[in-house]
Write a protein that binds this ligand. Sequence first.
Ligand code: FES
Length: 127
Amino acid sequence: MMSGEPPLYLEDTMAGPPAGTLIAKLEDLPKHGGKDILFKDGSYQTNIFVQHCEQGVFVYENRCPHAGTPLNMFGDKFLNMDQTHLICRTHGALFEITNGKCIAGPCKGQTLRPVAIEIRDGGIYSA
Ligand code: FES
């Protein structure tokens, strides 16, 4: 991983699934390649998202380093209009898709937290 943040292992979170769990099938990702995924266990929640692009598949915690809100307001769209960067809908921060680094906005220089995953057999699995 190229991000400055240590990867998030879903099994270490309160609501995340154990390692080796299928998170999403690549063929099920929408055309724009994004998917918001929420794991719930009682009152605990773990929110991540998947973004598929030409360079590959990237999975991050769905939490902006600025104010801690999810990047998307609703739905599975995480890209800006030009589809070049991830965008936080709260205050407009832009992030590199491939490493989660914020390149513009109030949290410039900070990074999204990558999720530890494995891609095999056409699926994204928790690592
Ligand atoms: S919460 Fe994301 S830019 Fe402010």
